[in-house]
Write a protein that binds this ligand. Structure first.
Ligand SMILES: Nc1ncnc2c1ncn2[C@@H]1O[C@H](COP(=O)(O)OP(=O)(O)O)[C@@H](O)[C@H]1O
Ligand SMILES: [Mg+2]
Length: 387
């Protein structure tokens, strides 16, 4: 592929290698562009280091990419966890019997990375002609199925026996009409084309499509699974992180590797040392100490003093009630209330969270939270007195 930007230093350009250079542009689901260059035989340097010097000036400097993209697993073996999924897919490939695929599960668990690594492995040279990738930024109506997908799937590449691949990332954004049109297309062009659909919510994919695909669930990653990968990034980026800081990142990430890398990057940019405090401040999450204080007030203070106290505290520190509830809930599970009282309290907290998500007034919900705790305290005392 010819370079589009000219170099001022012609001596840097190795004309003998020009014909061998082959750039494969891979666009990720998150709209960032990753560029992978296949080094020519005489070059062993990686993309990032050769980019500014030679004629591949268009190549993105890896250091400018967000860490989630920079450290996106390039091969299936780089993916943490889900070994059972990758090995099953590998077996399908080895047997030349790859079915249509449907990946589902929460965000940041490696769905897009898995399929990108897979197609890079399947089509090391002819990625652009053999793979069609549509993600949330593309229109998802029936028109796309009729025009782009059918147009791509129905054409055969001469002398190429390999099947083509259509990746429909964030497929839960597709309309029902589009999904209905797709099921016919999937059947008709099975000989020529394989589909991989990726979504967060399986229920948003119509059953007819589900039954045409082999489904793989990407569960949330555990802190133990994320730890080695995040340590690898910490070492590569030379970030100073304390053990407590690392644990705070992993607990705030809640199984989402993308979130853990994003938190790490923003904290590393803002602070010299990433410790527990900086992680909480950087993400705007209440620190453990602050939550401790709030729980103590909820359990001991009188109603209006408690409401005023928490309100002032949250306003000064800029906390949202939703973050407070999420953290207080973790404490609540451990509070020594009678079982029945605790269950009622937790259920009320869930209702408050739901109302907050629906856009209810924060102050009103704060009073509801304090009221729930006050009632629970009274009930606990009454139960203790009765027994
Ligand atoms: N299983 C995994 N192994 C290694 N890195 C991962 C894994 N899952 C996610 N990541 C990291 O998180 C980023 C986002 O992952 P992605 O595959 O796009 O998630 P999803 O498509 O499931 O939302 C990747 O660029 C990668 O850095
Ligand atoms: Mg994705």
């Amino acid at each position: 592929m010819p370079a589009e930007t000219e170099s001022d230093t012609p001596m840097e350009t190795n004309t003998a290698n020009e014909a061998q250079e082959d750039i494969v542009v891979v666009s990720s689901s998150d709209a960032e562009i990753t560029v992978v260059s296949e080094p020519s035989k005489s070059e062993t340097t990686t993309t990032a280091s050769i980019a500014p010097k030679n004629k591949l000036a268009k190549v993105t400097d890896l250091n400018l990419l967000p860490w989630v993209e920079k450290y996106r697993p390039a091969v299936l073996g780089d993916l943490i966890s889900h070994q059972d999924i990758t090995s099953t897919i590998q077996k399908f490939i080895d047997m030349d019997q790859l079915p249509h695929l449907l990946f589902y599960g929460p965000p940041g668990t490696g769905k897009t990375s898995t399929i990108l690594a897979l197609v890079k492995q399947l089509y090391p040279r002819d990625y652009q002609s053999q793979v069609l990738e549509l993600n949330a930024s593309d229109d998802r109506g029936i028109g796309v199925v009729r025009e782009r997908i059918v147009g791509f799937a129905s054409t055969r590449t001469m002398f190429n026996k390999k099947f083509k691949f259509v990746i429909l990332d964030e497929a839960d954004a597709m309309t029902n009409d589009a999904q209905n049109a797709l099921r016919r297309v999937m059947e008709k062009y099975t000989e020529n084309t394989r589909f991989c659909l990726i979504c967060n919510y399986l229920s948003k994919i119509i059953p007819a499509i589900q039954s045409r695909c082999t489904r793989f669930r990407f569960g949330p990653l555990t802190a133990e699974q994320m730890m080695p990968r995040i340590r690898h990034v910490i070492e590569s980026e030379k970030v100073t992180v304390t053990e407590e800081g690392l644990n705070a990142i992993l607990s705030l990430a809640t199984g989402d590797m993308r979130r853990s890398l994003n938190i790490l990057q923003s904290c590393a940019t803002a602070y010299k040392t990433v410790d527990e405090e900086s992680v909480y401040v950087c993400t705007g999450n209440p620190s453990k100490q602050d939550i401790n204080t709030i729980v103590q007030w909820l359990l001991n203070k009188e109603f209006s003093a408690c409401v005023d106290g928490i309100f002032d505290f949250c306003s000064t520190k800029g906390y949202s009630l939703q973050d407070i509830i999420t953290q207080v809930h973790l404490y609540c599970v451990k509070i020594d209330f009678p079982h029945a009282v605790k269950c009622k309290l937790l259920s009320k907290m869930a209702d408050i969270e739901e109302r907050l998500l629906a856009g209810a007034s924060e102050f009103l919900q704060l009073t509801a939270l304090v009221a729930s705790f006050t009632t629970a305290r009274h009930e606990a005392i009454e139960l203790a007195a009765a027994s």
